[in-house]
Design a protein around this ligand. Sequence first.
Ligand code: GN1
Ligand code: MG
Length: 364
Amino acid sequence: MGLTMIDKPVNENLSTAAQAFPLGDFLGAEPWGNGHINDSYRVQYAADGGVVYALLQRINHHLFTHPQALMQNLQRVTDHIAAKCEGHTLVLQRTVEGSTVNVDPEGYHWRCFNFIPDAVSFEKVTLPSQAYQVGLAFGEFQRDVANLPAPRLNETIPNFHHGPTRFTALEKAIALDVKGRVASARAEIDFALERKALTEVLLNANLPERITHNDCKLNNVLLHQDSGEAVCVVDLDTVMPGLLAYDFGDMVRTATCAAAEDETDLSLIHMEMDIFSGLAHGYLEATDGFITREETELLVTGGMFITFLIGVRFLTDYLQGDTYFKIDRPQHNLDRCRTQFKLVESIEAQRAEMEALIASLCRQ
Ligand code: GN1
Ligand code: MG
């Protein structure tokens, strides 16, 4: 395993932060995971004659503007889950002073989790059995946090999945056209404008407020590397009040299409029915007895909505000059938007079949 050197000044702050958590003698760090927002590193310490790993993360406070409120949520949620669950769960580590964060000279908050061993995450699902595990994992997570004691969790990013707010941001970005990119995204803009009504459907359905994960990407589930069984879900920064359909929707978005989120060959973008079936089986099994009929009836709409919403966010960010999502190439956010909108079309085309499958599973 190579210990990658990380560019300054992050490097200095990283090693100071790593050493603030008394897990052993700090040996090194390497970038970890594929998140678009925070910076994550697997850090290595020498301890008790062996090596200990941990996951060190720098919170992006430009988006998570209240890191303390976020950490308060995280502490409550991880404690609650650890008290309930057997097996590996995320545990926040404490500094020598007893804090869950180390704040660097630039004001960034660093936090540290135990490293979950023998676990892997996937960028794509190839088998319905894997999708089943993903559905099970996020469904169990929702069930586990359903009875988190009051008070209500902090909203770490207000209006995160609020369709009208996101759509208004898009309309504003189109009107301002600060980067002169509107002309290059005409087809995508028209696609979005035609579907504006979709942003209101879930809000108008009178669904119960739940505690949801809100970032149910496939790669936010860890599966055991040998058995393939779900170990736990990660990336809990957006855990806050929400609708079950948002979470199921994000699973549909990221698991049922084998192509990457930034694939440029749109002919590869397709909602795979057998993968969807695996997902639905796992999810409905985990949420049985807790999810209501009204919620099950809108799960497929959740898939369409979240895929559309994330597409709208990528498009907005493209028009605004890529200030939110990390990019590797100039049209990266536009490419991402295109895959999402293509996937929306694919879900629209298979919607009846998907809803029939959910209904049949709910009758069993
Ligand atoms: C971001 O950080 P990551 O990659 O897990 C984003 C999600 C998007 C996702 C799109 C806080 O998640 O909302 O769905 O990218 N997270 C935040 O891939 O905005
Ligand atoms: Mg993530």
